[in-house]
Ligand binder design. Structure first.
Ligand SMILES: Cc1cc2nc3c(=O)[nH]c(=O)nc-3n(C[C@H](O)[C@H](O)[C@H](O)COP(=O)(O)O)c2cc1C
Length: 206
């Protein structure tokens, strides 16, 4: 038996390691025709304790954490500078599942940010320079004018990664798997990382 929490019966004896479970669920989400199975809600808290949430794309996932990329001067970047902790949420409605993740956040290395930045399409690299993410702008024309200006500036040459653009890695301190039941008696299992790097497993009421 795979014991990957792929059936409600498997929640009775959850695997000790949540990472392969996440990988298996994520792999399934990639087979059901979702346009962005890697889209996840990122929740942060600002320096006034005020929460905010938005979608970002998961770009890497392993034991070290869940990685996304963004503008570090954005609202989320400023919140993470003040409070380097975040929660992530996946909801794949068609599979009737939810995954919650939470943990401390660190910046990815410059090498990792460079590598991902250079893998993006040229237009996306230009727009990373053009958009002062989360700052006001007068209108669409002003935004497009900035993109044209950047396009001219880097015509025929490589576009460097903006210094304020990069990744964040959310540590996998908590991972919770939720599987829907048609009469609302859902299955939930929470993995909480302990000091030796293994996980304490707790079944929760739905
Ligand atoms: C499907 C989808 C994927 C997105 N992916 C990203 C992403 O990977 N990085 C990012 O900075 N913003 C992404 N965004 C935009 C964010 O949701 C958000 O509008 C933006 O990052 C500004 O957020 P902030 O002002 O809270 O910092 C995405 C939006 C959607 C709807």
């Amino acid at each position: 038996m795979s014991n990957m929490l792929s059936t409600t019966a498997e929640f009775e004896q959850p695997p000790t390691d949540p990472i392969p479970v996440f990988n298996a669920w994520f792999a399934t989400a990639q087979t059901v025709g979702l346009p962005n199975p890697n889209a996840m809600t990122l929740a942060t808290v600002d320096d006034n304790g005020y929460p905010s949430a938005r979608i970002v794309l998961l770009k890497d996932f392993d034991r070290e954490g869940a990685v996304f990329f963004t503008n570090r001067l954005s609202q989320k970047g400023r919140a993470l500078a003040a409070h380097p902790r975040a929660a992530l949420l996946f909801h794949w409605d068609i599979l009737d599942v939810q995954i919650r993740i939470a943990g401390a956040v660190i910046e990815t290395t410059d090498a990792e940010s460079d590598e991902y930045f250079q893998s993006r399409r040229r237009e996306s690299r230009i727009n990373a320079w053009a958009s002062n993410q989360s700052e006001p702008i007068a209108n669409r024309a002003a935004l497009e004018a900035r993109a044209v200006e950047i396009t001219r500036k880097y015509h025929g040459i490589e576009i460097p990664r903006p210094p304020h653009w990069g990744g964040y890695r959310v540590a996998l301190e908590l991972i919770e798997f939720w599987r829907g039941d048609k009469f609302r008696l859902h299955d939930r299992v929470r993995y909480t990382r302990i000091d030796d790097g293994s996980y304490r497993i707790t079944r929760l009421c739905p």
